[in-house]
Design a protein around this ligand. Structure first.
Ligand SMILES: *Cc1c(COP(=O)(O)O)cnc(C)c1O
Length: 418
């Protein structure tokens, strides 16, 4: 059974003071996840997590990650601005963008960020905008074909199609880019790839790492360029469904260590540092959307209408993603009500859950929507004049702090030229 990270009585206390809907994040959970990751990769000197800022771009959360020693992975100019506002600078930032505007590159350059090049053709743009090339750069690899891990123990299969993905470059382009960039003064290279998302297999990182390590050896041999960093990016999943198994981060770290020993060490590359850009794994389970049922509608189906909706959590509508729901105070009731949990948008996919078995739930009941701490609030939008809700942090000492207020109509009108 999936349990909320906060006890029912504590949440009810918060609900007396805070209006729904809102997001609640668990500081303790976030810190624990980072520490587990760092511990799993402690064998690698220089290991660092660059948290994917798009997953939860809220300064109070980024500050927690900063205290834990993380850097940030930014993909846009605005994310770079946010990172700098939160005190991240220089090599605390990896800039992993694609289809990148010139001014975003310039901003990344001035921030001193590690620039991860998505395509060889961008070198022309960099030639035109950069005052000079940084000493270190990264290159994003796309091996093409189909990436598959086959079956793991629980029958979960990871499959993705890099060939259809807009990200990264071919091996040949990586080789050429290394040559072109070293002619321009780049001295050290990092290699990066992101081949599958939300993987619930301990094999994903080790398999990806082995491929990147082998590529690094080939790059160094073929071009003479020094590869000093391998970025495994994001992709480690979380068990959204109650029957799914959690990844074993220590098994993952150990799998990567073995690949490192087998591939990099014999090639004399034992100083390469590993980094990750996890988003979901770090904050996903430690954020929840708290919303109240305001209507119960009975037609051909039963609909629980909430005071939230896809403007606050788009993943179900966008990908058919499953987010587990606990009805607060009814944790042990039998799930006898099959219902759709909706918002009020004029779109029929505005549902947080479809044909979900819940306890008998009625108006006034509070829903704890699990695993919304990554790609949750940040994916929100304002269509239909729906405004995004507030965010609160449950601190380690048990207190609760507002970390982003709810949007108001005036926020929305601010950009209008009347
Ligand atoms: C989104 C993203 C991540 C984070 O992915 P998760 O699935 O949240 O771990 C990391 N790196 C890049 C380049 C991304 O676009």
């Amino acid at each position: 059974m999936k349990k909320p990270f906060i006890r029912t009585e504590e949440l009810q206390k918060i609900l007396q003071e805070v209006p729904t809907p809102f997001y609640l994040y668990d500081e303790h959970g976030i810190r624990t996840a980072v520490r587990k990751l760092q511990d799993a990769f402690a064998w690698n000197e220089g290991f660092r997590e660059y948290y994917a800022v798009k997953a939860a771009p809220t300064p109070a959360l980024l500050e927690i990650l900063k205290e834990e020693g993380c850097g940030l992975d930014c993909a846009t100019e605005t994310e770079l601005v946010l990172a700098e506002k939160c005190g991240f600078g220089g090599t605390d930032i990896v800039f992993s963008s694609n289809d990148t505007p010139a001014k975003a590159y310039l901003r990344a350059y001035h921030a001193g960020a590690l620039i991860n090049l998505d395509d060889i053709s961008h070198i022309d743009m960099l030639d035109a905008v950069l005052p000079e090339y940084p000493e270190k750069m990264m290159l994003r690899y796309n091996p093409g074909g189909v990436f598959s891990l086959g079956k793991s123990g629980e029958g979960f299969q990871v499959m993705d199609t890099p060939e259809e993905s807009k990200f990264g470059m071919t091996e040949e382009q990586i080789m050429t880019a290394c040559r072109l960039l070293s002619e321009r003064g780049v001295r050290e290279f990092g290699l990066h790839a992101f081949l599958a998302s939300n993987t619930l297999s301990d094999e994903y990182y080790p398999v990806l790492a082995e491929r990147l390590f082998q590529l690094a050896v080939r790059v160094q041999k073929t071009t003479g360029c020094a590869v000093t960093m391998i970025d495994l990016s994001g992709g480690i999943g979380i068990p959204y469904r109650p029957d799914e198994r959690e990844n074993d981060i220590h098994a993952i770290g150990e799998g990567v260590r073995k690949a490192y020993q087998n591939v990099l060490v014999p090639a004399g590359m034992e100083h390469v540092r590993i980094c990750t850009e996890l988003g979901r794994y770090i904050t996903g389970p430690y954020g929840a959307l708290i919303t109240r049922v305001i209507h119960k509608k009975q037609t051909y189906r039963t609909y629980l209408g909430t005071d939230s909706g896809m403007q606050d959590l788009m993943r179900p509508a966008m990908y058919g993603a499953y987010h587990h729901i606990t009805v607060i105070g009814k944790e042990n009731d039998p799930c006898t009500c099959i219902c759709d949990v909706t918002g009020s948008l004029c779109e029929n996919n505005d549902k947080l859950a479809v044909q979900r078995a819940l306890p008998e739930t009625g108006i006034g009941d509070v829903l704890f929507v699990h695993d919304a701490g990554a790609h949750g609030h940040s994916m929100g939008f304002q269509y239909n004049g729906q405004l995004r809700c507030a965010e609160y942090l449950l601190r380690e000492d048990g207190s609760v702090r507002l970390i982003r207020r709810a949007e108001t109509p005036d926020d929305l009108f601010q950009t209008v030229v009347w």
